[in-house]
Design a protein around this ligand. Structure first.
Ligand code: B12
Ligand code: SF4
Ligand code: SF4
Length: 372
């Protein structure tokens, strides 16, 4: 028995050592008890935000990890820290959160850590669909913030979280001494541009900019305006958090080759010739799943509208005939937002041939609101 415990501890130490070499800042272990608080929180969020209730079923997340691996004994939680990006990229380029650059890197590193366990004869499932934040809190990694993400002492909340579900019996770390240490602070709640932060760190998805981004549907107008120049991700509720003060004045821009594929005009100009090259370059950075033509273009059009820059008008005229109705609707809105007589003429022409009722509504609104 003693020898077994020592073996388990040695295995854990070896894992931690290898994990640190792979770039992880924190590696901890928790047990496989069901995440009951998470389950209740999901029910709560469904009642607070019924319009996105279905999205939780579609995600297929489980509250009992034994539903994924019945022989599971431990959950390994790993933290991949990164330096956040500036919100403002050079003019004409959509910005993205550094989270989306580093998540795929963390995931690949986690696969290597999993491989290490597999080679030793254990089962290891990487980034399985369960609540990583709950696992992190229970493993002693950090507290929940009212902003809906976990913050750690060493790296604040600018981290990607990863997990390995395994049948290896690893010694569990102690949990945090509570769910949250936010106390009376509510800076993030008051700073969220769309009022998406509800009670107890409950994020009202239908209000969250990030949730709406890359939606394949029509995005509510007030949220379009708050998207600003962001193509993927929103970091406002983290940037204002005192737990991230170590990053103050340290936000960086990605290197130029990781900015250039996010050129908005080029996306809008070339949608009908296929965006293969540009999307593939984007996918190499933020992951193929996020670099999908229709969704990227839908947000790009909104960014063009928010720029209020008339040089986008010819590009919007081109996206105003896209086969996907929300892209046409967003284009009409963007033209109205930018304004000018050329925009008005384009909208009046579009009114003659558009058939889709929602797009027609967007065109009429654009005409009504346009400033010449
Ligand atoms: C669904 C999802 C989203 C949704 C919903 C967000 C949310 N907060 O739930 C959307 C699309 C909006 C989203 C956006 C983002 N996400 Co997200 N998302 C997820 C995902 C897949 C599941 C989260 C989940 O289960 N939510 C359901 C809610 C009900 O669960 P919960 O927050 O854990 O509920 C807890 C609280 O209610 C808490 N609680 C109970 N009582 C109290 C009391 C107090 C005072 C407090 C504070 C809390 C509290 O207990 C519950 C226990 O679980 C995870 C990955 C994963 N597999 O876990 C990533 C994840 C949470 N996302 C992440 C990130 C980075 C983001 C973004 C910052 C990305 C960006 N830059 O735009 C934004 C931030 C938005 C925000 N403010 O939360 C990271 C967070 C890393 C971290 N530091 O914790 C994760 C872990 C992905 C990853 N692998 O790194 N996301
Ligand atoms: S990610 Fe942005 S929109 Fe979503 S809760 Fe945070 S600040 Fe609000
Ligand atoms: S801003 Fe304040 S309330 Fe929000 S997560 Fe940070 S410490 Fe908690």
């Amino acid at each position: 028995m003693f020898l077994n415990n020592m073996d388990e501890l040695d295995l854990k130490n070896e894992l931690i050592e290898y994990g640190k070499a792979l770039g992880f800042g924190i590696i901890k272990v928790t047990d496989v008890k069901p995440f009951d608080l998470w389950k209740n929180s999901i029910e709560n969020i469904k009642s607070l935000d019924p319009s996105t209730s279905d999205s939780w079923d579609k995600r297929g997340m489980v509250h009992d990890v034994k539903d994924i691996l019945p022989s599971a004994n431990s959950i390994i939680v790993a933290v991949f820290p990164y330096v956040p990006y500036e919100v403002k990229f050079p003019n004409g380029y959509g910005s993205y959160s550094a989270h989306y650059k580093y998540y795929p890197i963390g995931h690949e590193s986690m696969k290597k850590l999993g491989e290490f366990l597999i080679q030793k004869g254990y089962r290891a499932i990487i980034d399985a669909p369960f609540s990583l934040k709950s696992a992190a809190n229970r493993a002693g990694v950090g507290y929940f913030g009212k902003n809906g993400v976990i913050h750690t002492k060493a790296y604040g909340s600018f981290i990607t979280l990863h997990s390995i579900l395994t049948d290896a019996k690893l010694p569990a770390d102690g949990s945090m001494d509570g769910i949250s240490d936010c106390g009376q602070c509510s800076i993030c709640v008051n700073s969220c541009p769309t009022g998406a932060i509800g009670p107890n760190g409950a994020i009202i998805q239908s209000r969250c900019v990030r949730y709406n981004m890359h939606s394949s549907d029509f995005i509510p107008v007030d949220i379009r305006e708050k998207i600003g120049q962001r193509l993927l991700g929103c970091d406002i509720c983290q940037m204002v958090c005192p737990r991230n003060k170590m990053y103050k004045d340290k936000y960086v821009l990605p290197p130029w080759d990781e900015v250039s594929p996010f050129n908005i005009k080029s996306l809008m100009a070339n949608w009908d010739r296929g965006l293969k090259g540009q999307l593939s370059d984007m996918g190499d950075i933020i992951g193929k799943n996020f670099a999908r033509a229709q969704r990227i273009l839908s947000t790009a059009v909104i960014i063009a509208g928010n720029s209020k820059d008339e040089s986008y008008i010819p590009y919007l005229e081109h996206t105003l005939v896209h086969p996907h109705p929300p892209i046409r609707g967003h284009s009409a809105w963007a033209i109205g937002r930018i304004g000018g007589s050329r925009g008005l003429k384009i909208l009046k022409e579009a009114l003659k041939c558009e058939k889709h009722p929602k797009v027609l509504e967007e065109i009429r609104d654009g005409i009504d609101n346009i400033v010449i």
